[in-house]
Write a protein that binds this ligand. Structure first.
Ligand code: GTP
Ligand code: MG
Length: 193
């Protein structure tokens, strides 16, 4: 998809605040600071529409980006950030769980993994949650620009086996820096719209 028209629609923490257009939605999931917002920016070819930061915990609410009057990307706060209180973590859990388990417009979760490292316990929990609720996933192994080309397959295998990826869920090598994997990612999204 060639993207010309993007609107940041709104931030939501409760279902009454979700947008009402009824377009298909694709929600980002991943560790804090893994590159979720950067993924959105790359996909829509905008430098910094989705706020990114070298410090974890930048995204705090569900942020809906309307793309070409056709779909929404939903930027979601990251998990696994140690410096949040128990209360905050519970509020986060509730907000995400409510969205993921009740939202009819949700077509797939785009789970972002750092290709340099094996999936963390939190990554596995997240993916197991999607499997449990039968939510389709697109797995994006990002920061590909940070590993040598010759090691890509080895790293992808570790991600695939670490998450125990279901049949039908694609695993895509990606780099927000270099735009690696962008077309493949769009293809998998468009298939699910
Ligand atoms: P939270 O909103 O805190 O959960 O973080 P996030 O997952 O949205 O991460 P964000 O997109 O803000 O990126 C975190 C940092 O990683 C930033 O410094 C980005 O520039 C960097 N980054 C993201 N993707 C890539 C990539 O593909 N390659 C490289 N080299 N750096 C990346
Ligand atoms: Mg973010």
């Amino acid at each position: 998809m060639k993207v010309h028209n993007v609107e940041m629609i709104m931030s939501a923490v409760r279902p009454e605040q979700y947008p009402e257009e009824g377009y298909p939605e694709f929600a980002l999931a991943g560790r804090s600071n893994v590159g979720k917002s950067s993924f959105i920016n790359r996909m829509i070819a905008r430098k910094s529409l989705a706020r990114t930061s070298s410090k974890p915990g930048k995204t705090q609410t569900l942020n809906f980006y309307k793309i070409e009057e056709q779909l929404f990307f939903v930027d979601v706060p990251g998990y696994g950030y140690a410096k949040v209180s128990k209360t905050e973590r519970e509020a986060w859990g509730h907000m995400i769980q409510e969205y993921l388990t009740t939202r009819e417009e949700l077509r797939a979760v785009i789970q972002i993994i750092d290709v340099r490292h094996p999936p963390t316990a939190d990554d596995r929990l997240m993916y197991d949650f999607l499997v449990h609720y039968e939510i389709p996933a697109i797995i994006i192994a990002t920061k590909a620009d940070k590993i040598p080309r010759g090691k890509v397959n080895k790293h992808l295998k570790i991600v695939r086996e670490g998450l125990n990826i279901r049949k039908g869920d694609p695993l895509i090598l990606f780099s927000s820096e270099k735009a690696t994997g962008m077309e493949e990612a769009w293809k998998e999204i468009e298939k699910r719209m």
